[in-house]
Write a protein that binds this ligand. Sequence first.
Ligand code: ASP
Length: 344
Amino acid sequence: MKQLFFLLTMLGIISSCTTPSGNQSDGNVVLVIHGGAGTILKENMTPELEAQYIAVLTSSLQAGYDTLQKGASSLDAIETAILIMEDSPLFNAGVGAVFTNEGKNELDAAIMDGKTLAAGAVAGLTTVRNPVLAARAVMEKSNHVMMIGAGAEKFAREAGLVMVDPSYFYTENRWNGLQRALEKEKMELDHADTTASIRNYYSPDYKFGTVGACALDNYGNLAAATSTGGMTNKRYGRVGDVPIIGAGTYANNRTAAISCTGWGEYFIRSVVAHDISAMMEYGKLSLNDAANKVMMEKVPALGGDGGLIGLDAKGNVTMPFNTPGMYRGYITKDGKVVVKIFKD
Ligand code: ASP
């Protein structure tokens, strides 16, 4: 039977039904990451910039993998992988976060342990250098799951995390992105076209630069984490899907670890990450089928876009997205790195 499957796959006869999104890999993956989805097209990318993205994604995977190799937990591996992306200005997390309507950077993050279902989340941070560490501190050093704003920052300071001036997060690129969004919004308001205004507030050439990671450690435990600056031009106090456990971030050893990127409001309303887990647990769907159902059918049916990564306890990975591209990659047990940006 196995030989027949192999032969048919080689002939390309059954590949389309085994890989509905073309983004699945079976077995032996230990770490999967994303750096955001969106209108990421080869024709808009210089070879230099593409090389920079590939280099940071690769070093994030490699660092997380080395952590796992040393026998550390999946939580340590995702933290290591995410710190590298938070510290890179290429991604909308940590330095390089997008700006709010008021010209500020307000960061959200979450982390979840698939073994215990313990979780930690933070929202609206302006002075914590690495929000993923604050999320982990909430999980491990408080009795709470989510802390926001000034209280979360006070807690992070007391937990000994590195605090920075809000200007630390500034990049010219993101600032210009806000100016373009404000300009567009003003033009649409002048034309009193409110529908287009809302649509363009999240313009079609939008890039979601959130970062996320899911890992499976040597002890069979899954974990997921996500970190973001949210969406350009977001209004005061807006919180997206990322720190909402079950929406943008979820991990459960019985099913999978999931981290999302995309138009957060739709991911919250679709409870994306938990919906995938529930379909696996109660409907007995595979990770890839459940992830594709949510990302390629349910979210777009509401009008949302984005992508996600998922890893199950057997090392199966999925990376579906309904945008033109998504920064993504995974590393296998034997250290093979796969990094992708555009559609296959
Ligand atoms: N999901 C994030 C949010 O809505 C944005 C992103 O993925 O870049 O806050």
